[in-house]
Design a protein around this ligand. Structure first.
Ligand SMILES: [Zn+2]
Length: 220
């Protein structure tokens, strides 16, 4: 039975949050809303998909309009998936001896990254490093000098790694010359996790269990 009234396909590959890979999805229903104004029309298509593997549902919202066409006159659709895709999410890790306030800063920083809240994520990373320095009684007038002084308790290459990220230096966050890219932040998070691992020990079992839970291998 044909379920789509739009010219868009009724089967396609979408990243499935449950299967954690791209899978075939089947269209189960569609609703189109068109609004008119002096500039012409805009259209929103609500498309209800089911993963052909795990049968979990995804809603796609497609946006287009009379002026949204490519050079050949073909209609262009911008789409958003709900719930949002977790493909590039960072998995939170667990540390044996992390003090509660550091744990909270770390987790909220990872969540900010996963929600694409870049400024908050960078602010969280700086707060995390600062809190580590305080917890380990590392002093210094600026964050940069405190990071320098971390070399008394962590390997020098780790300190060098932290210094390589401009957004982790002592300048206020609003004076950054350019916003850091997602990849730069991802690397910075990894260096910070290495720092926590050296000072507070990573709990590999808890980390693995958490990953398995996300993938539905263990019951929550
Ligand atoms: Zn699936």
């Amino acid at each position: 039975m044909k379920v789509n009234i739009s010219p868009l396909p009724d089967q396609k590959r979408i990243f499935c949050n449950k299967c954690q890979v791209e899978t075939n999805h089947l269209l189960k229903g569609e609703h189109v809303r068109r609004d008119y104004d002096e500039g012409g029309w805009i259209e929103i298509l609500f498309r209800f998909w089911i993963c052909a593997g795990c049968e979990r549902a995804t809603l796609e919202e497609c946006y287009t309009g009379n002026r949204v066409r490519d050079k050949d006159g073909q209609q262009i659709y911008f789409s958003v998936y709900r719930p949002r895709r977790t493909k590039s999410d960072f998995t939170e890790k667990y540390f044996f001896k992390l003090p509660p306030i550091l744990d909270k800063i770390y987790r909220e920083t990872i969540r900010a990254f996963n929600e694409d809240l870049i400024v908050l994520c960078v602010t969280g990373l700086r707060a995390l490093i600062d809190a580590v320095c305080k917890d380990k009684q590392i002093s210094g007038y600026t964050l940069e000098t405190r990071v320098d002084n971390l070399s008394n308790i962590v390997p020098q290459n780790m300190v060098k790694g932290l210094h390589s990220f401009e957004f982790l230096s002592s300048d206020p966050i609003h004076e950054l010359r350019r916003p850091p890219s997602g990849n730069e932040i991802r690397l910075a998070i990894e260096v910070c996790e290495d720092l926590l691992n050296v000072l507070y020990e990573l709990d590999y079992n808890a980390t693995q269990n958490s990953r398995n839970q996300r993938r539905g291998i263990l019951p929550k």
